[in-house]
Design a binder for this molecule. Structure first.
Ligand SMILES: C[S@@+](CC[C@H](N)C(=O)[O-])C[C@H]1O[C@@H](n2cnc3c(N)ncnc32)[C@H](O)[C@@H]1O
Length: 273
C-alpha cells in the first residue's frame, strides 16, 4: 500500500520547480539540490508558477491571520515553508513519506542550518499512529494549524476520508484549523487544462493517481464531505485574492490577466470543527 503512495512523491519535484520562478526564499537553492540529487524523470512546467505561487502565498496569509504558531504540514514535499516559518519562531512539524523526508533533511542541511523548532518526520498521512510521532513536538496547551498543498487530489474518496478523520482527531484534541488547497473542485481542472494545455497529461505520466473522478464536484460536495467527518466550518478563499502579490507573472514575462479564470476557480479552504 505504501509503495502505491510513493508513486505520488515525484510530483513534489513538479511543484518545487515552478517556485524557482517566484520571489519565495530558498526555492532556487532547493531546486538546484533536487536537480543534482534526485534522478526522477518528470516533465517540468515553469508556467505552473502563478498557480503554485498563489496557493503557497494564500496558505501563508491564512496561517498568519489565525495567529496559531504550531504547524503540522502534511505532504510537505520540498517546500520552503517549514524552514521559513521555523526561522520566524513557529513550532513546525513536516510529515511526508519516508523517502521524501530523508531527502528533505539532506537538502535542508545543504542549504541552511535546520532550526531546533523544525522537525521533519517520515510518515503516512493515512496512518493514525504516525501522527503520534508529530504530536510529541507540540505544546498540548496550544492550537495547531494543519497545512497541506497537493496530497488529497491524488487520493480516492475513501483515502481522503481516512486523512480527514486523522486530522479531525488531532484538531479535536488540540483545537485549531486545517488550511488546504487540496479540495479544489473539478471545474478547476478544466481551467488548468485551458491555461496549461499539457500539464495534466504530463502529470499522468508521473503518477497514475491524477484522476478526475477523485475530485470534489463543487463547494457543496466539499462541505457535505467535511460535515460527515465532524468539520462544521468550511471557509473558502480563492487564489485570485493573491493576484497582486504574484511575482511570477513578471519573472516569466506573462500577461497578468491570462491566469484570471484559473485563479478564480482554485481555492484554499479553512476547515475547523
Ligand atoms: C504534489 S506533492 C506536494 C508537495 C508540496 N506540498 C508542494 O506543494 O510542493 C505531493 C506530496 O505528497 C506526498 N505524499 C503522498 N502520499 C502521502 C502519504 N500517504 N502521506 C504523506 N505524504 C504523502 C508525496 O511524497 C509528495 O511529497
Amino acid at each position: 500500500m505504501l509503495e502505491n503512495f510513493e508513486s505520488i512523491s515525484p510530483t513534489a519535484i513538479v511543484t518545487a520547480y515552478p517556485r524557482m520562478f517566484t520571489d519565495i526564499p530558498y526555492e532556487k537553492e532547493i531546486y538546484e539540490w533536487l536537480s543534482k540529487n534526485c534522478n526522477e524523470e518528470v516533465k517540468l512546467d515553469k508556467f505552473l508558477a502563478p498557480e503554485i505561487e498563489a496557493r503557497y502565498k494564500l496558505a501563508n496569509k491564512l496561517l498568519e491571520n489565525y495567529n496559531i504558531t504550531q504547524v503540522l504540514e502534511l505532504a510537505a514535499g520540498y517546500s520552503s515553508r517549514g524552514l521559513i516559518y521555523s526561522k520566524k519562531g513557529y513550532n513546525y512539524v513536516e510529515m511526508d513519506l519516508e523517502n521524501v523526508s530523508k531527502n528533505k533533511v539532506k537538502l535542508l542541511n545543504s542549504i541552511a542550518n535546520i532550526p531546533d523548532n523544525l522537525h521533519i518526520i517520515g510518515g503516512n498521512a493515512l496512518n493514525g499512529e504516525d501522527y503520534k510521532k508529530c504530536e510529541k513536538y507540540f505544546n498540548k496547551d496550544n492550537e495547531i494549524a494543519v497545512i497541506n498543498e497537493g496530497l488529497l487530489r491524488y487520493l480516492t474518496f475513501e483515502e481522503k476520508e481516512c486523512v480527514a478523520k486523522n486530522l479531525y482527531n488531532l484538531l479535536k484534541k488540540h483545537g485549531g484549523v486545517w488550511i488546504t488547497c487540496d479540495v479544489t473542485p473539478k471545474k478547476f481542472i478544466e481551467k488548468q487544462d485551458q491555461c496549461l494545455p499539457n500539464f495534466n497529461d504530463n502529470l499522468n505520466t508521473v503518477t497514475s493517481r491524477n484522476n478526475l473522478k477523485d475530485r470534489f464536484d463543487d463547494i457543496n460536495h466539499i462541505k457535505d464531505f467535511m460535515k460527515k467527518i465532524g468539520f462544521n466550518n468550511v471557509e473558502i478563499h480563492k487564489f485570485i485574492e493573491m493576484k497582486d502579490e504574484l511575482k511570477s507573472f513578471e519573472i516569466l514575462n506573462v500577461e497578468k490577466n491570462k491566469y484570471d479564470e484559473l485563479l478564480e476557480n482554485a481555492i484554499v479552504a479553512v476547515i475547523s470543527i
